[in-house]
Design a binder for this molecule. Structure first.
Ligand code: NAD
Length: 443
């Protein structure tokens, strides 16, 4: 099939590369000329395991190409995927300007039937707005061309995006058109040979499915963080509690790891956007508001623990940070807990010495050169002459540590572990003060 994809971010690029890899002809379009130039020269603008090879192999085979030319892009595919960003608006609702701009572009340049596929995460009712936008432009043009709009939300997670796309639990497609059902079946046919994973439903149900999935996962994280905070104050070890509850198949082990709060480009904005959608239909989404509130509070805990460790005075201190990305295997720092911590440390007059295996460039892009931030190239360099260490991301490279060596590096010596990576006993035996999340020892 000939497929056009608008947006070459985490979702668009992975979708494009994966669909090309199963034999479709894919044209990816972006308004960011620099991104397209880098992609054309074989450089991948984001870090995602396996993506570079997948993109370059399929580009070399002639199945995957890149352009900034919207006219050519609209002309190219029968399927027109919209995979552009839907960042939060000032009031927390999803900002649809990029999605609707693509709809306008499609309406402006289409010259035959197009099936428009909303892959971006968009509020319920957006497919109707995309349809209206295209219809209005066609009317302006005096054209009566046939088109349809369906919802096909994406469930991949950064860090395992290719695996999620190719072996995910399901492909959800919301449509009431038989023609679109056939086209989407053809598009995803290579992935459903083994097992039927294509789920057709109403457009609005598909749109809500994406938000419901992310809200559920965020709820699990905020729930365990609430229990962790209680455990900390009650002298219980939340890691034991986690194992205890996870063994119940109705609860399960997934997504109940206590930590320093969820971040990334999806959970924070999607929980907020769904609560906002609820408000628009005069429903107060109390649970969603609490999930967000608990997460906001959790992100402050790393700083609060450090502040208490240094008796409220962090001015002039140097704090080592291991991990900047919102989770391992990505360079994405959108809404990352590390940012909440760094910004609080700077306000308190402290210096940060940080290392992350992939997110250093992104961190520099976000904060630029500043005296109170040193981005160093190894975990060892981050702790050199530092007063304390904070772990924000559970990268594998941080899991095994010689605590005797670490004690010699750190001034106080304190570890605040936002990811519960170590056995508290082992760390304490080495003479370090160890403050993890909900491990029965409040600071
Ligand atoms: P992103 O910000 O990484 O990429 C979006 C891209 O769209 C950018 O490259 C931007 O330049 C481009 N763009 C903007 N306007 C355009 C236009 N008019 N024409 C062509 N390109 C345009 O975003 P992302 O993380 O890939 O997310 C895209 C959507 O998918 C969002 O709605 C997000 O909520 C959803 N989603 C993201 C993830 C994830 O893990 N990142 C997972 C599932 C769903």
């Amino acid at each position: 099939m000939k497929i056009t994809i608008f947006g070459t971010g985490y979702v668009g690029l992975v979708t494009g590369a994966c669909l090309a890899d199963v034999g479709h002809d894919v044209l990816c379009v972006d308004v960011d000329a620099d991104k397209i130039a880098r992609l054309e020269s074989g450089e991948i603008p984001i870090f995602e395991p396996g993506l570079e090879e997948l993109v370059n192999t399929n580009a070399a085979a002639g199945r995957l190409s890149f352009t900034t030319d919207a006219v050519a892009a609209v002309e190219f595919g029968t399927l027109q995927f919209i995979a552009v960003g839907t960042p939060p608006d000032e009031d927390g609702s999803a900002d649809l300007q990029y999605v609707l701009a693509v709809a306008e572009t499609i309406g402006r340049h289409m010259n035959g039937f197009k099936a428009v596929v909303d892959k971006s995460t968009v509020p319920v009712g957006t497919a109707d707005r995309v349809r209206e936008t295209i219809a209005n432009v066609l009317e302006e043009r005096g054209e009566t061309l046939d088109f349809d709009v369906c919802s096909n939300p994406e469930f991949l997670k950064e860090g395992a995006a290719i695996e999620d796309f190719t072996h995910g639990a399901r492909f959800v497609v919301g449509t009431d058109s038989e023609r679109v059902r056939e086209l989407m079946r053809e598009c995803y046919a290579p992935y459903i040979r083994l097992q039927e994973k294509l789920m057709f439903m109403d457009v609005r149900a598909a749109e809500l499915t994406k938000y419901a999935a992310n809200a559920m996962l965020a709820t699990k994280i905020s729930f365990i963080n609430e229990i962790a905070n209680l455990a900390e104050r009650l002298g219980a070890d939340v890691e034991q509690v986690r194992r205890g509850i996870g063994s119940d198949p109705r609860i399960g082990y997934h997504f109940i790891y206590p930590g320093c709060g969820y971040g990334g480009s999806c959970f924070p904005k999607d929980v907020r956007a769904l609560a906002r959608t609820a408000g628009e239909v005069q429903y107060q989404a109390q649970l969603l508001e609490a999930v967000e509130g608990v997460n906001h509070r959790q992100k402050q805990t790393l700083f609060e623990k450090l502040e208490r460790a240094f008796d409220g005075d962090l001015a002039g201190r140097t704090i080592a940070l291991w991990g900047l990305a919102f989770k391992p295997n990505t360079d994405d720092m959108r809404d990352a807990p590390s940012r909440t911590l760094m910004e609080a440390l700077w306000r308190a007059g402290a210096r940060v010495q940080a290392y992350d295996p992939e997110a250093m460039e992104e961190c520099h892009r976000l904060y630029g050169d500043r005296d109170d931030l040193a981005l160093v190239d190894a975990r060892e360099a981050a702790v050199e002459n530092a007063d304390a260490l904070v772990i924000c991301t559970e990268w594998k490279v941080f899991r095994m540590v010689d605590f005797g060596w670490l004690k010699q590096q750190l001034g106080l010596p304190v570890i605040v572990d936002g990811r519960n990576l170590y056995d508290p006993e082992t760390v304490r035996k080495a003479g370090l003060l160890y403050f993890a999340v909900g491990r029965g020892d409040s600071l």
